[in-house]
Design a protein around this ligand. Sequence first.
Ligand code: NAI
Ligand code: MG
Length: 360
Amino acid sequence: SKHRIAVIAGDGIGTEVMPEGLRVLEAAATRFGIDLQFDHFDFSSCDYFEKHGQMLPDNWKDLIGGHEAIYFGAVGWPAKVPDHVSLWGSLLLFRREFDQYINLRPARLMPGVVAPVVRRDGSPRQPGEIDMVIVRENTEGEYSSIGGRMYAGTPREIVMQETVMSRHGVDRVLRYAFEVARSRPKKHLTSATKSNGIAITMPYWDERVAEMAKEYPDVTVDKFHIDILTAHFVQRPDFFDVVVGSNLFGDILSDLGPACTGTIGIAPSANLNPDRTQPSLFEPVHGSAPDIAGKGVANPIGQIWCGAMMLDFLGHREAHDAVLRAIEATLEPNSGAPRTADLGGRAGTADVGRAIASLL
Ligand code: NAI
Ligand code: MG
């Protein structure tokens, strides 16, 4: 059956890495007989904002809400539009309005990439030693809009912001994380908590983890307070498999995890609505990179990898695996394959995209 995908390249290097992502998706679709239909949209970019005074057309939900997935580049161009306007006016609306309650980020050390975190004896980490998936709650928790400021500007000023955890919201992200853990060889789930300090919501989170663990006797479960957990990410990233966190803790970990594995240019991410009632969104972790935009030197691997995650989500696991193998083969130090400047090479964006597509 046909998969309808909304393509939004956005700003800066988003417009340069997107064609390479599509090139690889098309190669994978041909090889595995997958029917992909791409519909391109020019909104959610700062150029669109300059023309129309807003990031999205009024009927944006009608235009993209019926698609199975959104394949997204990057949005933001601070010299034209302030970031809070461009991001809140587009990407963050998609996440919220399409109820993309899972933010998923693999953090995996790839061949040919030097990890900035080393072993205790100072030797470098090897591919395979870091291979984790961070599952972040993406709709509630600490990022609520309940709160306010009283006596503003006076010495009595008081500022409050509530954390909201619903049983529905907590359970659905935990269930997703347990399922991911169950599907992986190590079957190990780590929960991020802080129930020693945040003494109401975090004990509730822990309680729900313990409750759901009963349904997954095959999954090994542990929990760490967020402060020591960040230290463990750096000192023994090989310990982790699947890590689940609330909106705030997951936000922190989902930047730290990929940072431990090297270049930002290859890290992918997905914002999922696993119920599939509305589209899920697949995007590289990086932004629009104004400092290198327009030169054709951006690394397209983040865009290509999140395309693979999209194939997996659409039910084509074997196509996902094939794209990942092609990425790995290209990154292999002795492969002779083109590399972009962030990986110490001199190749252009399209060279890397073509190399990966040709392996498929
Ligand atoms: P950035 O991720 O765009 O760039 C950070 C640094 O990493 C830059 O030095 C850049 O050259 C480098 N870099 C990023 N992607 C690369 C790639 N594919 N290949 C090689 N090098 C790469 O983050 P920055 O500069 O903080 O933000 C720029 C704009 O992007 C801002 O408007 C920001 O709000 C937006 N942004 C958008 C995101 C999104 O669309 N999800 C995520 C992060 C930032
Ligand atoms: Mg973040």
